[in-house]
Design a protein around this ligand. Sequence first.
Ligand code: ARG
Length: 458
Amino acid sequence: MAQLWGGRFTKETDQLVYQFNASITFDKRFYSQDIRGSIAHVTMLAKQGILTDEERDAIIEGLKGILSDLETGKLIITTEYEDIHSFVEANLIDRIGDVGKKLHTGRSRNDQVALDMRLYIRDEIGEMDELLKDMLSTLLSIMENNTETYMPGFTHLQKAQPITLAHHIGAYFEMFRRDRERLSDIKKRMNFCPLGAGALAGTTYPLDRFFSAELMEFTAPTRNSIDSVADRDYLIEFLSAMSTIMMHLSRFSEEVILWNSNEYKFVEIDDGFSTGSSIMPQKKNPDIAELVRGKTGRVYGALMSMLTTMKGIPLAYNKDMQEDKELVFDAIDNTKGCIALFNGMMKTITFNNDIMAESAKHGFTNATDAADYLVNHGVPFRDAHGIVGQLVLACIDRRCSLDDLPLSAYKEISPVFEEDIYDAISLKTCVEKRLTYGAPGPEVMKQVIDECKKYLNY
Ligand code: ARG
């Protein structure tokens, strides 16, 4: 083990303690952010006259060498160092000698780790946003192609009113659009630079924190050095945003699973995104959708863990906070993976339009439209509701739909009905007439689709 401290210790660290304390196995993930932060730090130190230009150049060259050796695999991160910060610093000293020992001037691992994690999360938010954007374009192309693909809309999982596939998918489009907004809000709020906060109380060196912040494209430095090293709010917000993304993906997965079932047969998941059974040869299972639904739980778990970790720790830094990394990394990997896989599944899925339309025809999804017909002929809505209720009963008796009930049966219940009732309650009319903004009527749907296209910069 190679440590950054030890001057005041008279005994070696116990091996188990060393392993328990170490974070290198997971914080090695942000080696490039650690190096970027160090380069900015020495650039600022030299500008302030705390390091000479030669010292700065030697350190930056050493750091760049470490970065490129790590990227080409020439240098491997090993567990003999406690964390990525120790690893980089020790390597730097190995490479460039004593001048490397000046890197940590005016800095603590507390502000260093706070910076690295922010830089890393900022990058990850960008990547997650790109994945969401990709998925939104998949959803948009399904919408564009299906403004007249009829299907039942449900409430309580009971057929309610006819809608279109474009309209249903459009609901998810809105959810994932809000998810992107949440990510961008978090990015704005977290984009302040903690470097220069030191261990907790700033430093006595004349650091220019505004300059460091600018070098790393932060909005500004953080305003309180204690808060800078103690704050993990942005991780909680990010975990919450990821939980919401997963919740949306999970609901969508649940629908795909239902739609793919023998009972619905609304969709056919592509062979490339399905799995088989080891015993039942006929099976084609929606495992991907089920796993997305399943992994939602662990992302929620990470959010709960993080909230619990933070709830009782006094200011400022405490080692408990090291727990943030594995939780957040796991949540990021799973959320990104789920978005990408779900997108792939939706890109290749086939919709059984005929089955969906047939399903919309049954289950009295046009009952509201029959009532609206009466209202258009002067019957008050509450009375119309009662009349159509009786019609539905009559249909159940005869085992037929409203479309197949003879006009005589209609007239028996209300003389207002005429031959044109059939046209008024046809699937096509039911959908086409729903023209309130945000409704499935193809004309308004096209307007919404145009707005979605603009949003995605098409
Ligand atoms: N590995 C630590 C973490 O992730 C780095 C900060 C260590 N600071 C300290 N005072 N021990 O939180």
